[in-house]
Design a protein around this ligand. Structure first.
Ligand code: XIL
Length: 550
């Protein structure tokens, strides 16, 4: 008993809670950074939220490098032109260094969390000056304190159709618009000049997508071939794979991209690792195991290429402080106890041996449609139908999200979608980059890797403009839309194309929300079930809807 109390006290001191004997011992004796001492650095983020002692103890116990979650982004360091505000970032960096941690800088140029004065409504020359001055001042300020920088963050579009040409694959960001494709080289050169010793990284998400990886590969290859010797080495030192993953992520695709980047002779780091696998801030045991298996498989891939990997940094100490807390993506739970994911990362082979086969990792969400034939403008008609949350994120930005409700009759499905936090932007020439809602239907729930004749995709933007895939799906379709501030509502009448529906039928269904940025490019995608990003051509990842009568 005494031993138990001592362990409890020890655990309370160490990780801020009275945990089981096993967990306390594991937390004390098994440190993630020690387990990976011969492989790569282990990192995590520091923010205002997790600067308290308990979080900090987890940070220093298990990690040897830190990244500021927000404090070093352009908006916080130079919100007003010429006024650099380093106080918060300095406090974060100095504390970490005094505790023996290394520090990584994030980020010099990005299309998010950056002030508009830098690159909107200014000439190319002014934008170049703003970019160069920002990069040089910030890099010089942290010289000797940070070991590496994310010089440029998220400059490439998702799933680029013409990935061989990296310049046409660049995101329509304010920097690109103001300067042109050479902004990439300009910011790297400014950073190298300011501190020739610090490692310079290009950082991006969804690099397990082979098209996006191809564009990044070509960009880094081209720039380094043209700049092979800038202060003694190629201009770009490394590629950061953010790693905002989920339990459906294919570790084989992560490995393919890693191999390609390594073949360029650059260092690779995993810079923002988290694995979404939960809803509403809750996880079932099966989800925790599935999440652990994903962490384990990923760490095994990282170990295999450790010679070329600088660090593996997690994006969040614990679920409650995570930017994606709804999906419980980290290794520690709200009570700051280690989750299965922690033990999976610590010893991947052991975790896989003990858990593989025990869970179905490809979870399929289910909901119901309620019988009824509404008037599309009468949103109250859906009140009996359960709300389907559209809040799983496919991109690394959390923009618009919402809920869907579904009614059905023999001839049609009626979907009502409420969207929050939208920009109401439809400036882009691509319909999928507008603030819009997409519905995917698989009438026979065939879950095929290609579209059959019963499968279709319907898209309606906030201004009630509809697009279809295939085009024939437009027949008999109707929609209605209404905007109020930053929220909008869309209702759709989707005629069944191959069935006459009856109670008890089960169909494949998914609902997606595309969020545009104020500049008119898609910046976020939220979906109910299918995290594959392929629902427009493959129905195997859709959720399931059962047609019910009250
Ligand atoms: C996120 C932070 O975690 C949030 O606190 C903030 O509100 C938005 O940014 N890719 C990145 C990170 O490079 O900077 C982002 O961090 C997550 C996606």
């Amino acid at each position: 008993m005494l031993k138990k109390i001592v362990l409890c006290l020890l655990a309370a001191l160490l990780i801020g809670g009275c945990v089981s004997e096993k967990e306390a011992v594991m937390s004390k004796t098994q440190s993630l950074k020690d387990a990976y001492a011969d492989y790569f650095l282990i990192g995590n983020i520091v923010s205002g939220v997790n600067m308290d002692d308990v979080h900090y103890t987890i940070l220093t116990s298990h990690h040897n490098i830190a990244t500021a979650e927000n404090a070093m982004k352009p908006q916080y360091l130079q919100g007003t032109k010429g006024v650099f505000t380093f106080d918060e970032a300095d406090a974060i960096v100095n504390k970490a260094l005094s505790q023996g941690l290394k520090f990584h800088g994030h980020t010099l140029a990005w299309h998010q969390q950056s002030p508009a004065w830098m690159n909107e409504g200014v000439s190319r020359d002014e934008a170049v000056a703003n970019l160069t001055i920002h990069a040089k001042t910030v890099v010089e300020h942290f010289k000797g304190k940070v070991v590496s920088w994310d010089v440029l963050n998220e400059a490439v579009v998702d799933n680029p159709p013409n990935a061989e040409d990296w310049k046409v694959s660049l995101r329509q960001s304010p920097w690109l618009t103001a300067i042109g494709a050479d902004y990439v080289e300009i910011v790297f050169k400014a950073a190298r000049e300011a501190d020739p010793a610090v490692k310079l990284y290009y950082n991006d998400y969804n690099l397990d997508n082979s098209n996006k990886a191809t564009a990044v590969y070509n960009m880094v290859k081209d720039i380094n071939e043209r700049n092979p010797d800038v202060n003694g080495r190629p201009l770009i030192d490394g590629i950061g794979m953010q790693g905002h993953y989920n339990a459906h992520t294919n570790p084989g695709s992560v490995e393919d991209s890693l191999q390609r980047f390594i073949s360029l002779g650059v260092e690779v780091s995993i810079t923002e690792l988290d694995v979404q696998c939960g809803e509403g801030g809750k996880q079932t045991d099966a989800q925790m195991t599935a999440q652990g298996l994903t962490y384990a498989a990923l760490f095994n891939v990282f170990k295999k290429y450790a010679e070329h990997i600088g660090r593996v940094t997690m994006w969040g100490i614990d679920d409650s402080s995570s930017w994606r807390k709804e999906a419980c993506p980290t290794m520690f739970n709200d009570a700051l106890n280690p989750k299965p994911a922690f033990f999976a990362a610590l010893d991947p082979d052991k975790f896989i041996a003990e858990n593989s086969g025990s869970v179905e990792t490809k979870e399929v969400k289910q909901s119901v449609a309620v019988y009824g034939t509404p008037d599309l403008a009468d949103t109250a008609a859906w009140s009996q139908a359960p709300a389907i949350p559209i809040d799983r994120y496919l991109m690394a930005w959390q923009g618009a999200s919402g809920t869907a409700k579904v009614l059905w009759d023999e001839n049609s499905l009626y979907v009502l979608v409420n969207v929050n936090n939208a920009e109401m932007n439809k400036a882009n020439q691509n319909a999928h980059e507008h603030d819009s809602v997409e519905i995917f239907i698989d009438e026979n729930n065939g879950k095929t890797p290609y579209y059959e004749k019963d499968d279709a995709q319907y898209r309606v933007n906030f201004d009630n403009e509809a697009t279809f895939n295939p085009a024939s799906a437009a027949e008999g379709f109707e929609s209605w839309a209404s905007v109020s501030g930053r929220t909008y509502t869309v209702s759709l009448k989707i005629p069944f194309r191959t069935i006459t529906a009856k109670e008890g039928d089960v169909i494949g269904f998914d609902a997606q929300i595309n969020g545009a940025s104020a500049q008119g490019a898609r910046q976020s995608v939220a979906i109910w079930n299918d995290l594959s990003g392929a629902s427009y051509q493959d129905t195997s990842g859709l959720g399931v809807l059962k047609l019910m009568k009250p």
